[in-house]
Design a protein around this ligand. Structure first.
Ligand SMILES: CC(=O)SCCNC(=O)CCNC(=O)[C@H](O)C(C)(C)COP(=O)(O)OP(=O)(O)OC[C@H]1O[C@@H](n2cnc3c(N)ncnc32)[C@H](O)[C@@H]1OP(=O)(O)O
Length: 466
């Protein structure tokens, strides 16, 4: 399919062309859509730590410290007093056992009031999308007016457990009352009990890693290795350009104890050559798989946070919001067969719900778990068979305009700290809507468990890109 031979230069040139449109053309061509929301909910602003490859400069920290940085940076950027925050919702996927409600621990360490409740959500890679939509629900019901939402992931230090047999022995030993009972338990110990249980980025129900599943998905949709490598190169190239142009205004530099320099860039962006990419060995399905370290997202540390409010409250505080959070939908499928097809299911449902079509969308920000997964989603939307049989549509849905698709790179290049990515997607959508002079943006993402999300974001008239 020629569409999927991703035209990097086309994407970049068209982006420039879009940006030259005047603001008045955006206002005169406003599109209408359906919305059930009883009031306008605005995304005031959002921030994130630099996203770092796991095991690099954040490796001595704890996740709540990363989250703390994003919370404090958000307050500094928005100049909103923390006493005005009614509630905090934060996402995380691989939990640090000492801070199971990381929302609360991060908030306390950032100096939020003891009287500001906070809870933690988890929905795999869409956890901070879930934090945002949970907050939208709390605002829509009139419960609160002003909520901080975010997410954090820390892959540099994940909980590694003793084996089940060792844990059982230790728990029994803890309860043993006499020396005899302890010695008797000790006699049941075997060296094999010491083999640890390592966490895997894998599906619990099937045991399959995300990478393996993505490899099967790419194969099912006939996505070639070359197509995946080209897409990965596009992602890194566009991210590098956006980084150099200073577009990542959601990123807040971070001075980390023990690290000499202030960290002020995402450190996983790496523009390679097609030849170097072609040489890499498969990372998951060996020896014939097509997913490699370069066309997969990499394990990343990072945190993000954003402030959402009723529009009335934002106006009363004199804030200039970035965007309206207009609508969203979650989808889920069989996690064995269709683990990573969230965007293909979510996008048509969201657009149908809001009375919009692909052509109405000015900015697409779609989570890139793997290049093969992204291309499989595009092929699915362009397939009569898939759209009829699985989406129950009359014919193929069609594919978004790739010149409007992840034009600042995506999770493959910028990084993917699982629970922090959702806020990054919403912020890049909002900031791109300003720079590219658009009105409507769609965020969509897949997640472990066969789940996915699609969100509709509209540029706010007061929005600015910084
Ligand atoms: C819904 C969802 O989001 S699901 C997705 C969830 N995310 C995941 O599952 C994470 C998937 N990624 C991973 O698990 C890991 O990043 C892996 C397994 C793919 C790769 O891990 P590692 O092998 O540690 O990667 P590493 O950084 O060492 O790279 C391996 C090789 O590829 C090379 N490489 C990596 N990226 C690039 C690049 N962009 N260009 C050229 N070479 C590259 C490295 O230099 C290295 O080469 P070397 O072996 O000669 O030193």
């Amino acid at each position: 399919m020629s569409l999927l031979r991703v035209p990097i230069t086309l994407a970049v040139n068209q982006q420039q062309a879009i940006r030259t449109l005047s603001t008045s053309s955006y206002l005169s061509q406003k599109k209408q859509f359906k919305s059930k929301s009883p009031q306008n909910i605005v995304l005031v602003d959002g921030v994130r730590t630099p996203f770092l490859v796991s095991g690099t400069d954040y490796s001595k920290m704890m996740p709540h410290n990363l989250a703390r940085h994003s919370l404090l940076s958000l307050l500094r950027k928005t100049k909103v007093d923390k006493e005005l925050i009614d509630y905090i919702v934060y996402g995380t996927v691989i939990q640090e056992v000492k801070t199971s409600n990381i929302a609360r621990e991060a908030a306390l360490s950032a100096g939020f009031s003891n009287f500001t409740p906070a809870h933690t959500v988890t929905m795999a890679c869409i956890s901070s999308n879930q934090a945002i939509t949970t907050a939208m629900g709390l605002i829509a019901t009139g419960t609160y007016e002003s909520i901080v939402c975010g997410g954090v992931e820390f892959m540099s230090d994940v909980p590694i457990r003793h084996s089940r047999k060792m844990r059982s022995l230790m728990l029994k030993a803890n309860k043993a009352k006499t020396l005899g009972q302890r010695l008797s338990l000790l006699s049941t110990f075997r060296p094999s009990f010491l083999i640890p249980e390592l966490p895997a980025v894998a599906e619990f129900s099937s045991g399959e890693t995300m990478g393996h599943s993505a490899d099967r998905l790419a194969s099912a949709f006939s996505v070639s290795r070359k197509e995946q490598d080209d897409y990965a190169l596009r992602s890194h190239t566009l991210a590098k350009q956006a980084q150099e142009k200073g577009y990542f205004t959601d990123l807040v530099p971070f001075k980390v104890d023990g690290v000499e320099k202030t960290i002020n860039v995402d450190n996983g962006i790496r523009v390679s050559t097609p030849e170097a990419l072609a040489k890499l060995k498969p990372a998951f399905v060996k020896p014939y798989g097509t997913i490699t370290a370069a066309n997969a997202s990499y394990l990343t540390d990072g945190a993000s946070a954003c402030l959402i409010m009723t529009e009335e409250k934002a106006k009363a505080l004199g804030l200039k919001p970035k965007a309206y959070l207009r609508d969203f939908i979650y989808v889920s499928q069989d996690p064995i067969d269709q683990l990573l097809l969230g965007p293909a299911y979510g996008i048509p449902k969201l657009l149908s719900k809001t009375g919009l079509t692909l052509k109405d969308i000015d900015v697409w920000e779609i989570h890139e778990a793997f290049a093969g997964q992204i291309l499989a989603n595009l092929k699915a939307l362009d397939s009569d068979y898939f759209c009829k049989d699985y989406l129950k549509l009359g014919q193929k849905y069609g594919t978004p305009d790739l010149s409007k698709w992840n034009t600042w790179g995506g999770s493959l290049s910028i990084g993917h700290p699982f629970a922090a990515t959702g806020v990054r997607l919403c912020m890049h959508t909002s900031n791109r809507l300003v720079r590219e002079n658009g009105q409507l943006g769609v965020v969509a993402a897949c997640a472990a468990g066969g789940q996915g999300v699609a969100m509709l974001i509209e540029r706010h008239p007061d929005a600015h890109a910084n």
